[in-house]
Write a protein that binds this ligand. Structure first.
Ligand SMILES: C[S@@+](CC[C@H](N)C(=O)[O-])C[C@H]1O[C@@H](n2cnc3c(N)ncnc32)[C@H](O)[C@@H]1O
Length: 204
């Protein structure tokens, strides 16, 4: 007889982290408008990863309304860190800026409007952590820039790698000697979608 909980998903729903009213509001908006966001489990995971890696310079690709950006910027607050976040939709970027103000984080966050591939091509800097969350078909295109912009030993966190469009990216990073990778298949309550893959990778 199995020693596992009979309904693992139901069991793990009780461990969804609590959120403040602003994050709850962004979750409601995301659900209403069908905006795919990471949800509180991946939010807390990003927060935890940024804290344990002592990330001070963080790059996010795919801002949307700023939900994940709030987790990342809060994580680097004690180190007086900064978040740069890229979003190609002007209206979403404007909403994110308002939400960063509501969170009292605007001084810590730069929102850049533009295509991630174009913008990264013009960027310099060395980031401690990069969170990749744009349209999956572009993941492989931006991977070279992620490597160039990430510090040696820095951490790349990639969302939504369970999508078919991420297949070429998954294979490339998994087989590359330039990255040490872990692919996780996860149940992620309130993530879009709840059953998806995450990839964690570090620059070798
Ligand atoms: C999954 S959503 C990001 C969700 C956000 N990270 C969160 O959890 O709160 C993806 C976002 O990336 C943006 N995006 C997609 N492709 C992009 C690209 N090539 N360059 C910049 N932004 C892009 C979309 O407009 C969308 O807002």
């Amino acid at each position: 007889m199995s020693k596992m909980h009979p309904d693992l998903k139901e069991y793990f729903r009780q461990f969804v982290p609590s959120r403040d009213p602003l994050l709850l509001k962004l979750e409601e908006e995301a659900q209403r408008e069908d905006i795919p966001i990471i949800g509180p489990v991946v939010g807390d995971l990003l927060h935890l990863l940024a804290r344990v890696t002592q990330a001070r310079q963080i790059l996010e690709l795919g801002t949307a309304t700023g939900y994940s950006g709030i987790y990342l910027a809060r994580a680097c607050e004690t180190l007086d860190g900064r978040l740069v976040t890229l979003e190609m939709e002007q209206t979403l970027a404007a909403r994110a800026r308002t939400n960063f103000q509501r969170a009292g984080l605007e001084h810590r966050i730069e929102v850049i409007v533009g295509d991630a591939l174009d913008e990264m091509g013009t960027m310099n800097g060395s980031f401690d952590l990069i969170f990749l969350d744009i349209d999956k078909e572009f993941y492989l295109d931006v991977l070279t820039h992620c490597r160039r912009l990430l510090k040696k030993g820095g951490l790349l966190v990639v969302d939504n790698v369970g999508f078919k469009e991420a297949d070429n990216f998954n294979r490339a990073i998994f087989n590359s000697p330039e990255w040490e990778t872990v692919h996780l298949l996860s149940f992620l309550p309130l993530h879009s979608p709840e059953h998806d893959g995450l990839c964690l990778a570090t620059r070798t």
